[in-house]
Ligand binder design. Sequence first.
Ligand code: ADP
Ligand code: MG
Length: 243
Amino acid sequence: MSALLGLTGIRKSFGDHEVLAGIDLELAAHEVVALVGASGSGKSTLLRCVNLLERIDDGRIVLAGEDISDPRVVADRVRARIGVVFQHYNLFPHLRVIDNVTLAARHVHGMSKADAVAKGLALLDRIGLGAKAGEYPDRLSGGQQQRVAIVRALVTDPALLLLDEITSALDPELVGEVLDLVRSLKEQGATILMATHEMAFARDVADRVVFLDAGAIVEQAAPEAFFDHPEQERTRAFLSRVR
Ligand code: ADP
Ligand code: MG
């Protein structure tokens, strides 16, 4: 079976700083991959490249058989198939929850208002936030806001979810509900590439952990092997710092 996402030889520099130094990575459908690594190792840049927010300098990105790194590809069409959630929930404060959830689906990805609202309400209901659909974001806790941001990413039924440190701006007591939602998405068969500094969560949810250092993959393995028997000295040094 071919990979849902295939990255080959991804390179990206900012000026003369090479941030991604040739990344090869494949995700199978329904696979959850955790990207870990020190701050500045290139995790966010890699996710931004996959979502075409950054243009790669070299390499190829193939999503479900299509070369999306081809410059002729229309980025918005690709982004409709990739759900993205960032560290800061970035809900629009002047829009009600349901409008936050449906805005991009309607105006960027061309869903009808009726379809987007029906889908958005169903998803909010499923995570216990249906009653908040008409509220403004500042009436929600940080954890609820981040769950709304995840729902917003799911409205278009994306083939792939990219999650970038989605709990790092949350108070500790609000982290659990967001991680529970990610766990349930995995159980429902989502394909997820997530940068995370939550090692316990990576161990619990990821099928595979990929360690990035200075823009290169140093080691990758199933969580038990990665955390209990890291092979590379750089991996051991990283793990000893984060645990
Ligand atoms: P991580 O998410 O692993 O912390 P990032 O991908 O955010 O790492 O950053 C990797 C490196 O790329 C850092 O040194 C960062 O300063 C640099 N970088 C990221 N985005 C830009 C940009 N738009 N312009 C210049 N440098 C950038
Ligand atoms: Mg980052």
